[in-house]
Design a protein around this ligand. Structure first.
Ligand SMILES: Nc1ncnc2c1ncn2[C@@H]1O[C@H](COP(=O)(O)OP(=O)(O)OP(=O)(O)O)[C@@H](O)[C@H]1O
Length: 235
């Protein structure tokens, strides 16, 4: 599967974020999306997830037979936002059960809702409290869990690891590595060590375009300097 962005344009008022930007993502890779504050990373994810519309250009999914579809269903997209949007009035276990029930036909897990929550480090005693009272990190874990078990072929992870404790972060990194076998994984981060550790490709959102970092620079000692040099240039 491929996710193809072609001549994408998007502005908010006077501020143009993408200008005829094109890039094609492929299954089997973890892409790190880097860019300065306000470059448009979250906006890009929202456009792919169909929460926002483009001004022009197209975003399409190309299946393994080469059939291109710009009218894809947004359930194809697993979007883990920095600020989660979970139903406050449900407990953790109620919500996970609800999502599992709704997605019976596409679950990747044979575990129960409670076992899945435990796998993500949410203790049984915490599974029965309202999501409203979960910490930021716990909410992120729940969001990541429901995204993973619904087997989306495309994952958009917006700064996913910033609120996880070291144990959870380690486990989630392992999961992200597993996800890429059957999915396109794109995550945005400002943590360069994390990008180096997890990513197969680095995409820089810079000057309203996507720029791919040369492969050999990803593991080079000058990685940080390279990124800073590129991102501090331009307009
Ligand atoms: N709904 C909106 N209406 C108007 N402007 C918006 C809207 N959403 C985002 N913006 C603006 O678009 C720009 C890009 O925002 P976005 O959140 O996509 O950046 P980002 O690259 O994710 O930034 P950061 O790295 O700081 O999280 C910012 O200047 C922001 O203020």
């Amino acid at each position: 599967m491929k996710l193809k962005l072609q001549n994408v344009n998007k502005s908010f008022d006077e501020k143009q974020l993408f200008r005829d930007a094109s890039f094609t993502f492929e299954t089997g890779k973890i892409y790190g999306l880097l860019g300065r504050n306000g470059a448009g990373k979250t906006t890009l994810f929202n456009c792919i997830a169909q929460n926002l519309t483009l001004d022009s250009g197209s975003i399409s999914i190309i299946d393994d037979k080469g059939v291109e579809n710009a009218m894809y269903d947004n359930t194809e997209i697993g979007f883990v936002m920095t600020d989660t949007n979970l139903p406050d009035f449900m407990t953790g276990i109620e919500f996970v059960r609800f999502v599992m029930d709704l997605n019976k036909h596409r679950l990747t897990t044979t575990l129960s809702a409670s076992e899945n929550l435990s796998k993500y480090g949410i203790k049984e005693s915490d599974q029965h409290i309202l999501l409203r009272d979960y910490s930021h990190g716990m909410k992120n874990k729940v969001q990541m869990l429901v995204t993973e078990i619904t087997n989306a072929p495309i994952y958009l992870l917006d700064e996913p690891l910033t609120s996880f404790d070291p144990v959870a972060a380690y486990e989630v990194k392992e999961r992200i590595r597993e996800l890429k076998n059957n999915a396109i994984v794109i995550f945005s981060t400002h943590i360069l060590e994390l990008a180096q550790e997890l990513c197969d490709e680095i995409i820089l959102l810079h000057d309203k375009h996507f720029e791919i970092l040369e492969k050999e620079k990803l593991q080079s000692e000058d990685f940080e300097k390279e990124i800073v040099k590129i991102l501090s240039g331009g307009e």
